[in-house]
Ligand binder design. Sequence first.
Ligand code: GLV
Ligand code: MN
Ligand code: MN
Length: 418
Amino acid sequence: MTSNLPIDGRRLWDDLIHLAEITDPAKPYTRRSFSPLFDEGRLWLRQRFEAAGLETRIDAAGNLIGRRAGSEPAAGTIMIGSHSDTVPSGGRFDGTAGVLAALEIARSIAQSGTALRHNLEVIDFLAEEPSEFGLSCIGSRGMAGVMEERMLAYTDPSGEVLSHAIDRVGGNVSALATARRDDIKAFFELHIEQGLVLQDGKIDVGIVTAIVGITRIEVVFKGSADHAGTTPMHLRRDAFTPAAKTAVFVDRVARELVARNAGLFVATIGIASVAPGASNVVPQEARIIIDARSENRALMDEFLARLDTETAAFAKESRTERAVFARLSDTNPTACDAGLRELLRDSARALGFSSTDIASGAGHDAAFVARIAPSAMVFIPCRDGKSHAPEEWAEPDALAAGTAVIAEAVLRFDRLDA
Ligand code: GLV
Ligand code: MN
Ligand code: MN
């Protein structure tokens, strides 16, 4: 492992492996937000934050925050972090790498005896991944002051209301406005790249230029449950037929938009369910969620308009009803802060690491923090670009390198920002 860095890469790696082991054993690596395993992971994180001498609390939006006060508290706060929740059967690095890198930076700076002028905060944002409530980036939305009332009323399959779930993990929705911050002078997030640019280019770190906008649409078609053997084709009202046509349409239009070379565009249907769900019953209801992403809002707007028109037409063709067409969430592409990017580039160079500019096709809490504070991200290479899967992997040296770059940038920012 690389030595002479301003952080302890071995200690960071040990933390990362420890947290990864807090998983559903039947589905490694799974630690879904709001689940008992999530609470267990957070309890361990909280203890690690406290052992590092950080004053630890959960804010009203449910974010776990560890803080060390600066020598000039009026200088404001430097915040570093990411998220500890995972997708189902996800990896060991997505999110956790950024939280534990932040902890390692705070710990190393304290141990070196360096007194920062700014307050330093390490954060584990609540529920970055799309939760069972159909919403992602719950903690960072709250911190940015853009959590909508209608979102707080979303329910999970058990019927729990999101506002209740946030309170259950230690937040306080009735005081949500207190989570909004105006003292953050710089936010840094380390994350695995989840793509191939760094590995293919043999580059140590990526400095993120911008984060894609993400729109999630729920569509529910309603038809009629009938006997699959005795109902003739011309009489049935099969709710799955328009859903299937929508899947083909989404794939075709996404490819058409990509071919325009006007910026990244991708679309996925990762949730699809049919009710009542028996092989010999014509589906009465079909529900899909479409996740569409672009760095060009004009492409997204065109996609959404065409999706609206076509899903209504598909429903009509199959004599079903389009009962729901709802925008669950919708964010614009977000640029990272130019000054912080330059600082990260200089920090990488000073430590002897190569870097490149890179756009993010994944969503990140930094996109919400960017609404209230200068924000920037460092990507580290991950094996074969694989992520949201158990095979997800980053080398210990790569994690240490990315962490060291942010540590250096924190020290430089603290000196420069007068
Ligand atoms: C987060 O992982 C996302 O991009 O969905
Ligand atoms: Mn993820
Ligand atoms: Mn992530």
